[in-house]
Design a protein around this ligand. Structure first.
Ligand code: GLU
Length: 507
């Protein structure tokens, strides 16, 4: 029997989740669901200095909003908990000790000041200080002092860290599901700290121990962790544990293509970087994106299905996603494309969802200006019909007002350029005639209106534009909007005639 697929998303609660983090979570989720596996959330909060209040809740809320909830994690304890590393504190020391005993790790007593002096000294010579095989015997650690001295210093409870003993002159063969085989010369690696003097494990030790104890089968994470793969693989070997498979995801790049997408790019380009708002940064949710759109565009940032298909719902992604089709190179973020996705998901959105969010906007807008008929404000049927007429042009519910305010308010100004071009000498005459025709029309429906106006235009031997352009201007205040007769039918006879009358007075 093959082992159960268990993947984890392991963020550090140091702030809001960047959309790159959401994509990592999403790929983990897709891979888990596709393989009937488990998607675990582990909070990596061993670095208490970087802990940010509210960040864990934010992460959980963000995953839930995206529709990719974890199966196991804080609050969903399923036998591998606790899922916060700070609550697992007592567990790590014994693993560090185990490595000391087997000679894979050693105590290092170097003070922060002395390491800093080494670093500065190297920098002044244009070099980088690395703590490893080439200098460790000259530094202050259990390899460079006598066993008796070590015992005394440990007994005196001197501060120490535990470092990994990186071998000299070895070539490591690493495997990544996306990048294939990677060879690393151990001579370039440093003896990373595994356990800190404050009694806490570092990321590396805690991460490996937890992945092992939580029976993680695949580690899918950002490319920034690729340099840690050599150490992590060696740690699994040192413990005698079977390593999970690894997949390192490409970076999400700036819209210009070079460099990692940052919060500042979002501020500069006016697009969200976080799934939900955080402080004064607006999130995708609050900016009016649908979670389906966010999930869809993130899925295709770094992965492609090998076909032309771009639109995928979550269940389709679960079927189509393949780790082997994740790209090696960075994925350029395209803010326009995210709007394109949202436009699509708005078109297929549940009408009730659109109605309710538009009603919130309407309530606010109509506070600032009168509605021509007070009954419309709470007339769900009317509002739904407005939406169905304008949504084709909208990418966000917030576009509805701009696209359709004239369904609620009589235009109080007219686009001047249009007036200049379309308002001719005979226009008032034409509109007066149209008004009396409309007055007599009993069935004020769009097809009836259309037939009647068109017949009249034919009979009078006028051009279509001569009549339709001013008529639209009068109804909408501009030359925009859906089918004119649909607009007139919806606002109704009284309002249509009123708009003609007002325009004739004003223009
Ligand atoms: N805590 C790490 C992070 O914040 C996890 C990296 C990993 O997935 O191993 O991204």
């Amino acid at each position: 029997m093959t082992e159960k697929v268990r993947v984890r998303f392991a963020p550090s609660p140091t702030g809001p989740l960047h959309i790159g983090g959401v994509r990592t979570a999403l790929y983990n989720y897709l891979f888990a669901k596709q393989n009937n596996g488990d998607f675990i959330l582990r909070i990596e909060d061993t670095d208490q200095n970087r802990y940010v209040e509210g960040a864990e809740k934010y992460i959980i809320d963000a995953l839930n909003w995206c529709g990719i909830p974890f199966d196991e994690g804080p609050g969903k304890e399923l036998g591998h908990g606790p899922y916060r590393q700070s609550e697992r504190k007592s567990l790590y020391k014994k693993y560090a000790d185990q490595l000391i005993t087997s000679g894979k790790a050693y105590y290092a007593f170097d003070s922060a000041q002395s390491l800093d002096a080494h670093r500065k000294d190297h920098e002044s010579k244009g070099k980088t200080f690395i703590y490893n095989w080439h200098n460790r015997l000259k530094l202050d650690n259990s390899l460079s002092i006598k066993p008796e001295e070590l015992q005394t210093r440990l007994a005196n409870e001197e501060n120490y860290v535990i470092r990994f003993y990186n071998p000299q002159d070895e070539v490591l063969h690493l495997t990544d599901m996306i990048r294939g085989d990677i060879q690393i010369d151990t001579n370039i690696l440093d003896d990373k700290v595994l356990f800190k003097s404050d009694g806490m494990p570092t990321y590396h030790l805690a991460n490996i121990v937890d992945d092992h104890l939580m029976e993680i089968s695949h580690v899918i994470r950002g490319e920034e962790w690729l340099p840690s793969l050599a150490l992590h693989t060696q740690l699994y070997d040192a413990f005698g544990w079977q390593a999970p498979e690894f997949a390192h995801l490409p970076l999400i790049m700036k819209p210009e293509g070079k460099g990692k997408l940052s919060k500042r790019d979002g501020e500069k380009g006016g697009f969200p970087i976080f799934p939900l708002s955080w402080g004064d940064s607006t999130g995708y949710k609050e900016a009016g994106y649908f979670p389906e759109a966010v999930v869809n565009f993130l899925a295709l940032l770094g992965w492609n299905p090998g076909t032309e298909q771009e639109l995928f719902k979550l269940d389709e992604l679960i079927k189509a996603f393949e780790l082997s089709r994740v790209h090696k190179s960075g994925a350029r973020f395209d803010p326009e494309k995210t709007k394109w996705y949202n436009h699509y998901y708005l078109q297929v959105q549940d009408d009730v969802v659109l109605l309710n969010s538009f009603k919130t906007i309407l309530a606010e807008k109509l506070n600032h200006g009168p509605v021509f008929n007070l009954n419309l404000v709470n007339n769900d049927d009317y509002i739904a019909r407005v939406i169905s007429l304008i949504k084709e042009r909208a990418s966000f519910v917030s576009d509805f007002w701009e696209l359709g305010s004239y369904f609620f308010q009589t235009p109080n100004s007219y686009n001047e350029k249009v007036v200049k071009k379309q308002w001719k000498e005979n226009t008032p005459n034409i509109l007066n005639n149209i008004a009396s025709l409309l007055e007599s029309l009993e069935d004020f429906s769009s097809p009836e209106l259309e037939e009647m106006v068109k017949n009249w235009i034919g009979k009078e031997q006028l051009s279509f534009g001569q009549v339709m352009a001013p008529l639209r201007l009068v109804m909408v205040g501009d030359l925009k909007g859906p089918h004119l007769f649909d607009i007139m039918a919806l606002i109704g006879k009284i309002e249509t005639l009123k708009r003609i009358r007002i325009a004739l007075e004003k223009l």
